[in-house]
Design a protein. Structure first.
Length: 72
């Protein structure tokens, strides 16, 4: 199977502004990658470029060690 990157660096995501720039991951990344016509989850997840882990309204922010492999 060809390696494809499902997460991309974002500073805004479908009108939602993350607490900091990072890489979208999880269901949000899958919905975005496949352009699925489904609602986004209430909480989205990003991998921080600043090596921080926290939760804030509508966002889960993780450190780079949580970055998944670039495969499905």
């Amino acid at each position: 199977m060809e390696n494809k990157c499902f997460s991309r660096k974002i500073s805004i995501f479908y009108g939602r502004i993350p607490p900091e720039e990072g890489y979208i991951v999880g269901y949000g990344a899958i919905i975005d990658f496949f352009k699925l016509a489904v609602p986004f989850p209430e909480d989205l997840s990003i991998i921080s470029t600043k090596n921080r882990k926290y939760q804030i309204q509508g966002w889960n922010v993780y450190v780079p060690v949580y970055q998944p492999e670039h495969t499905f």
